[in-house]
Design a protein around this ligand. Structure first.
Ligand code: A5P
Length: 234
C-alpha cells in the first residue's frame, strides 16, 4: 500500500465512529481530506451531521463536496474531531501543524468530546521530535519571541535549531495571519513540560504539541487498519 492508500483506509475506518446527528471537527491535511470526502459520500446517502472545519482549505473541500458546516460560535461543543498528525507517540501525544493549521486544529479538537487521529503507518515514533515542531508566532516581535522560545525550551532540557517557515521566499502566513517557526527539537523526552514551557512564552500563539488530547489512533498499514484506543480525561 502506498502512504496515500494507508491514509485513505485509516480515514475510511474513522467513518465507522461517526453517528447520525453528530457535530464533528474536520481536520486538515491529506489524510483528513480523505475523511471529508468519505463523509460527504455518507451525507449524500442520508447521514445527518454538521462539521467545523479546522482550516480554510478544509472549509473549501467540505463546501465543494457537500458536507454541511457550522462554526464553534454556533456549535461550541462537538461530539467528535477527526484529524491527521505528523507524529504520534505510544501515549497518543502528537506533533501537528505540518500543514500550518495547528491553532484552529487545537481549538476544534479541544471543543470535541473525542479526538480520533488518522494516519499512515509511518507517523508513529517511540519519542516525539523526528518531525520539526511547528510553533505559531505573532509577527509582532517575532525575533524576540523566538529567543524566548529557545530559552524556555532549553530550561526544560530541549534544544534545537528554529527556522521560520517560508512560502515562495516570503514568510508563510497562517489562516490567522500569524507566522510559523519550525523547531528541530528532536528528542522530546517530556512533551507535557515542553508544551507548558512554550505556552508560557508571550508571542507564542500556539504550538503543535497535542498532549493527552487523542482518545483513538487509527493507522493504515500494509497489514490493514490498526485501531488503538484509550481513555483520556478531557
Ligand atoms: C495540519 O496542520 C497538520 O496538523 C496535519 O494534520 C498533519 O500535517 C498531517 O498531514 P497529512 O495528513 O497530510 O500527512
Amino acid at each position: 500500500m502506498t502512504a496515500d492508500e494507508q491514509k485513505r483506509v485509516a480515514a475510511l475506518a474513522a467513518l465507522d465512529f461517526v453517528e447520525d446527528g453528530m457535530r464533528l471537527g474536520l481536520g486538515t491535511g491529506s489524510t483528513a481530506a480523505h475523511f471529508v470526502i468519505g463523509l460527504a459520500e455518507r451525507v449524500s446517502g442520508g447521514l445527518s451531521v454538521v462539521g467545523v472545519p479546522t482550516s480554510e482549505a478544509t472549509r473549501d473541500l467540505a463546501e465543494q463536496t457537500g458536507v454541511p458546516l457550522t462554526t464553534l460560535d454556533e456549535t461550541p461543543e462537538l461530539d467528535l474531531c477527526v484529524d491527521g498528525a505528523d507524529e504520534i507517540d505510544p501515549d497518543f501525544n502528537l506533533i501537528k501543524g505540518g500543514g500550518g493549521a495547528l491553532l484552529r486544529e487545537k481549538i476544534v479538537a479541544h471543543a470535541a468530546a473525542r479526538l480520533i487521529v488518522i494516519a499512515d503507518g509511518s507517523k508513529t515514533s517511540e519519542r516525539l521530535g523526528s518531525f520539526d515542531l511547528p510553533i505559531e508566532v505573532l509577527p509582532f516581535g517575532a525575533k524576540a519571541t523566538v529567543r524566548a522560545i529557545e530559552k524556555a525550551a532549553g530550561a526544560v532540557g530541549v534544544n534545537g535549531a528554529i527556522a521560520q517557515r517560508l512560502k515562495g521566499g516570503a514568510p508563510y502566513v497562517t489562516d490567522n495571519g500569524n507566522w510559523i517557526f519550525d523547531a528541530a527539537f528532536r528528542d522530546i523526552a517530556d512533551p507535557g513540560s515542553l508544551a507548558a514551557a512554550l505556552a508560557a512564552v508571550p508571542g507564542v500563539v500556539e504550538h503543535g504539541l497535542f498532549v493527552e488530547m487523542a482518545n483513538c489512533v487509527i493507522l493504515g498499514t500494509d497489514a490493514g487498519v490498526d485501531i488503538r484506543q484509550k481513555d483520556v480525561e478531557r
